[in-house]
Design a protein around this ligand. Structure first.
Ligand code: ADP
Ligand code: MG
Length: 269
């Protein structure tokens, strides 16, 4: 990809964690990745391969040990209003209604009240939450809570959405439903999305490009472009061919992950 086409640019990024006094973990090693404006990229790989570490570095929650991440030419040194994050666990305020949860970030920004009401109403409608606006998170299903979490991030108008296994805790049907909603929102609002998942099917359904990562050290194993037209049917033959190709790649890394666990448990004794 030419430098001009790169919106999020990740250059030779490595991340080393100190696990304890004697042990270091190379969570990311020499990651080079360019993401275009408006692109939907999935980071795929087994647990422990560094997906969250890379996403957190793009978010600016952690600084890479070496290398550079830039968004629109600006080096990332901290979280910023251009990047919104959605986590797997619904980080909602339990004492606030759905409406208040969505409005919270706008109130912090001191947006005028009528403007907040207008904006929140539009988001409630977009995520089909209007009838739930006065409920509290505890009275919502997991899927509904995740809709609120998405609406809350969308309220802040960040052009980039970073999503860390946002649908990982949901049942299959709810998950499909939210994937479709997310695709609709992505197309409508023209967001750039970096979406972490360990689900092959999910990545084939969602992504323009799937970035498969290796397990320890986390590197880029393969980038697979998904050029199938949108409104994909994940059970179609075309999707299955891609899923098989990705499964082969992920299984190799899953195997290394399993071997590591076996070694660790043997060492523990
Ligand atoms: P994934 O999201 O793909 O499951 P992570 O990015 O969470 O993987 O973790 C990658 C590796 O880095 C793992 O081996 C994990 O144990 C390690 N790791 C992540 N964060 C820390 C940390 N703060 N301190 C020490 N090790 C960490
Ligand atoms: Mg993770």
């Amino acid at each position: 990809m030419s430098a001009a086409a790169s919106y999020i640019s990740i250059r030779d990024v490595s991340q080393v964690f100190r696990e304890d006094r004697h042990q270091e973990v190379v969570a990311l090693k020499n990651i080079d990745l360019d993401i275009r404006r408006g692109e939907f990229v999935c980071l795929l790989g087994p647990s422990g391969c560094g997906k969250s570490t890379l996403l957190n570095a793009i978010a600016g929650f952690t600084l890479p040990t070496t290398g550079r991440i830039a968004v629109d030419g600006q080096t990332v040194t901290a979280p910023g209003p251009d990047r919104g994050m959605v986590f797997q666990e619904y980080a909602l305020f339990p004492w606030m209604t759905v409406e208040k949860n969505i409005a919270f970030g706008l109130e912090i920004q001191k947006m005028p009240k009528p403007r907040i009401r207008e904006k929140v109403s539009a988001l409630l409608a977009m995520l089909q939450l209007t009838e739930f606006r006065d409920r509290y998170p505890r009275d919502l299903s997991g899927g509904m809570r995740q809709r609120v979490a998405i609406a809350r991030v969308l309220a802040l108008d960040a052009p980039i959405l970073l999503m860390d296994e946002p649908f990982g805790a949901l049942d299959a049907l709810t998950r499909r439903n939210l994937q479709d909603e997310l695709l609709r929102i992505w197309a409508e609002l023209k967001k750039t999305i970096v979406f972490v998942t360990h689900s092959i099917e999910e990545s084939v359904h969602l992504a323009d490009r799937v970035v498969v990562m290796t397990y320890r050290p986390g590197t880029i194993k393969r980038e697979v472009a998904i050029t199938l037209p949108r409104e994909r049917d994940p059970s179609s033959a075309e999707c299955n061919v891609l899923a098989k190709e990705l499964a082969q790649l992920v299984m190799e890394e899953q195997y290394r992950h399993n071997q590591d666990e076996i070694r660790a448990s043997a060492a523990a004794g």
